[in-house]
Design a binder for this molecule. Structure first.
Ligand SMILES: CC(C)(COP(=O)(O)OP(=O)(O)OC[C@H]1O[C@@H](n2cnc3c(N)ncnc32)[C@H](O)[C@@H]1OP(=O)(O)O)[C@@H](O)C(=O)NCCC(=O)NCCS
Length: 258
């Protein structure tokens, strides 16, 4: 991809109702920390694809084709280039059957749904203490929790309007860390020895919005209580991966960056 492709990428994203591809900060985050590919048909951009690679795992973050060219082979060609090496791979498939068809044929198996939920935040937890912190501090807290250095992702999340870091403590110990923006939990990971439903309840208590949005794996232990509290499933993707244990279903996930 070259800088001159940015307007065409934004237009393809807009035509697919996809907000991230129209955000130059998101595109430059992926260009700086992964790969961003553009497919041309007849000399004009027809589709794009974003990937990240870490520890032998390739995460397919985005794959979008100009609707006028859906089914014309551009998506398949982008995947052949993006996933040409060995190693594990994972992604979230939309409900477009072309996406799942291509991903299965590139070695990924459907694992669980990722649910786009919205609902009223619960009253504050009295067991765990959740607080808003600078976004970068939450990135350091996640590194301490699980050893994953997501500093670049936290730096990108920090550019989003109204962004904040989230940390949840049990006594003095940090047991969950993540990022939020107004009305949305972007990301939240929980220490292995703590209950992800309890940390999410605590994190949701820091919101004063009427409704909060988040993306939750189907197997996440908080799902039954959220649905009992009248949360709504607004959409769903399908998590697909070459191996079952590549992504924890106990986290709030960002569909593009996980
Ligand atoms: C999904 C998408 C990126 C695929 O790109 P594309 O250029 O349209 O796809 P291609 O033409 O390369 O390949 C589609 C494949 O799906 C197959 N396919 C189509 N409908 C299918 C169905 N109902 N069941 C199974 N396979 C199907 C086609 O046969 C084709 O495979 P083939 O080339 O071996 O014949 C594109 O359609 C798109 O942008 N969709 C909307 C946005 C979206 O959902 N993006 C995915 C985000 S995860």
């Amino acid at each position: 991809m070259v800088d001159g492709d940015l307007p065409a990428v934004a237009e393809i994203a807009r035509a697919n109702d996809e907000p991230d591809g129209g955000d130059p900060r998101y595109v430059s985050h992926l260009r700086n920390n992964g790969r961003f590919l553009v497919a041309e048909v007849d000399g004009k951009p027809a589709g794009y694809c974003g990937i990240r690679q870490a520890d032998g795992l390739t995460m397919l973050c985005d794959l979008f084709v100009d609707p006028a060219r859906h089914g014309g082979g551009a998506g398949g060609r982008l995947l052949e280039v993006a996933l040409d090496g060995p190693g594990e791979r994972s992604t979230f498939a939309s409900r477009d059957p072309r996406a799942m068809s291509l991903y299965v044929r590139h070695g990924m198996i459907p694992r669980w749904p990722l649910l786009y939920l919205s609902g009223p935040p619960p009253v504050r937890s009295h067991v765990l203490l959740a607080e808003r912190v600078p976004v970068e501090d939450a990135g350091v807290a996640e590194l301490d929790l699980n050893g994953r250095d997501r500093a670049a992702d936290y730096a990108y999340w920090a550019t989003r309007p109204g962004a904040a870091g989230l940390v949840v403590r049990d006594g003095g110990t940090v047991v969950a860390a993540g990022a939020a923006e107004p009305g949305r939990v972007i990301h939240l990971v929980t220490a292995d020895d703590h209950d992800p439903a309890a940390t999410l309840t605590a994190a949701l208590g820091t919101f004063d919005a009427d409704r909060v949005r988040l993306c939750l794996p189907g197997p996440h232990p908080a799902l039954p209580s959220l649905l009992n509290a009248r949360w709504r499933i607004e959409d769903l993707d399908q998590h697909m991966a070459s191996r079952a244990d590549l992504l924890s279903p106990a986290s709030v996930l960002s569909p593009s960056l996980a």
